[in-house]
Ligand binder design. Structure first.
Ligand SMILES: Cc1cc2nc3c(=O)[nH]c(=O)nc-3n(C[C@H](O)[C@H](O)[C@H](O)COP(=O)(O)O)c2cc1C
Length: 179
């Protein structure tokens, strides 16, 4: 099973990218190949550019369509998702009528040092995903609050309980995709 993954944080030592790295490792044991996309290379969306559609967006849209499912890990920025992630959605849902996300199974996760662990950001994310006509998994919800002690200095996940939550999410997501 081929899974594409996005991290909403561009930071080198990002904890959200750390969640994806953990999912890559755990996915290997569950016959789920998880591939991390790099959204930092995408240009800022500009409708004028649609006339000469950027090659990297066309290629990304193809990879989204070919994936069996998508995992998104997002930090919470000002109670929403980071602009980099929104920019990726804006591009890959264009041009009008050619939305790469249509019908795609999606699971969301997120880590933040705050108490609510990206709950509000993920609800904004789910609003976008619903509009894009994806199939978003509702349960289990996945919020890593008070994240700092759960990762090392490089942003690698070290917390055993969170690792088990990822395992559970992958298992449920696999069944969800197959439904
Ligand atoms: C512009 C900005 C806005 C932020 N807003 C929030 C917020 O609304 N809620 C929250 O819990 N954390 C907020 N934070 C803290 C981030 O959750 C924190 O930087 C997080 O570790 C980023 O994830 P990363 O480790 O994957 O980079 C904000 C950080 C930045 C830079």
């Amino acid at each position: 099973m081929k899974i594409l993954a996005f991290s909403g944080s561009l930071r080198e030592r990002s904890t959200n990218t750390g969640l994806i790295r953990a999912a890559i490792e755990l996915g290997n044991k569950a016959d789920m190949q998880v591939y991390l996309e790099n959204i930092s290379i995408l240009p800022l969306y500009n409708q004028d550019m649609e006339a000469n559609f950027p090659k990297e967006i066309t290629e990304l849209k193809k990879r989204i369509r070919e994936a069996d499912g998508i995992i998104i890990a997002t930090p919470e920025f000002n109670r929403s998702i980071p602009g980099s992630l929104k920019n990726m959605f804006d591009w890959t849902s264009r041009p009008y009528g050619d939305n790469a996300w249509d019908g795609k199974p999606v699971a969301t996760m997120g880590a933040s040092p705050g108490g609510i662990g990206t709950a509000l950001a993920q609800y904004h994310l789910k609003q976008i995903l619903l509009y894009l006509n994806t199939r978003v998994i509702g349960q289990p919800e996945f919020y890593v609050g008070n994240s700092s002690p759960k990762f090392d200095q490089e942003g690698n996940l070290t917390d055993e309980k969170t690792t088990q939550y990822i395992e559970q999410l992958l298992k449920t997501f696999k069944e969800f995709i197959s439904k």
